[in-house]
Design a protein around this ligand. Sequence first.
Ligand code: PEP
Ligand code: MN
Length: 344
Amino acid sequence: MIVVMEHGATQAQIDHVRDRIVALGLSAHLSQGEFRAIIGAVGDKQPEHQAILEAMEGVERVVPIMKPYKLASREFHEADSVVDVGGVPIGSGVTLIAGPCAIESRESLWRIAEAVRARGAAILRGGAFKPRTSPYSFQGLGVEGLKLLRAAGDAFGMPVVTEVMSIADVDVVAQYADMIQIGARNVQNFNLLAAVGETRRPVLLKRGFATTVAEFLMSAEYVLSRGNRSLVLCERGIKTFETELRYTFDVAAVPLIKHNTHLPVIVDPSHACGRREYVTALALAGVAAGADGVVVEVHDCPEAALCDGPQALLPDMFAEMTRQVGAVAKALGRELVPARTTRL
Ligand code: PEP
Ligand code: MN
């Protein structure tokens, strides 16, 4: 439930209500708005707890949250959340994230990082731990890849995002990356979600290809409930009866998730369709539907890519995508989020 404090409630009253929530055995999550404080209480028993809190000084009203996800819900936090990723805010405009599917070598990563930075990317992506369908496919460079990604991000002034697949690697990924990605295949790996929820690194959570929006938001709740509030969601396509493309891009998920939650939502058109010729069209659809950003795979020599070559945009295709996404954003009264101008 949500405890809405009166306009002008004192700090002592807010603290008292928060302490009471904790004493009732619930978890308390304070959200200090411009005009009033709101305290989320998770784990409540109705109607007793509501009645106790309603009787407290400084409390204006107590509202039950109807959704099964609490901290993710718009009821809990009305305004859109903005997540700072190494100095780049996601949720304050349209943020472009680009880079190779996998980190392959220092040379290729440097070339691609330089190319995407010059063509509008604000954040660099690249996989060091790759979730491959076949155990015989390239699995990623591991920690060596993380080090290269960090160095490339620093060299070109971009924060970096990369996937973690196992709890054992969470610390090392959090050490080198500005944002930790949970891939589609791990969206319901609840222990891994809890582990990244324990860190204070921003998390990029991708929707599973067989995950409903409601299930996806319960996964988000796992991260938030561990205290990590820096969470961005990503629609990346789901399995349907259509087999022509890799997955089916569920564009309706974008406004649906944004209606029900306060979390930024970005789209990944590369994995959604699997073919470079359709990536820009899906990126535009996602942004027109309200997405806060786009993550795409870019490679300067896709035929030599060790992973996902067919869906990689060439650098100049990415430049054109940036131009078109910028135009759509502008038409909707939004702006592309600029890249950092300085190293942090
Ligand atoms: C990726 O972004 O590198 C990736 C593997 O994506 P997904 O988890 O969406 O398949
Ligand atoms: Mn990929």
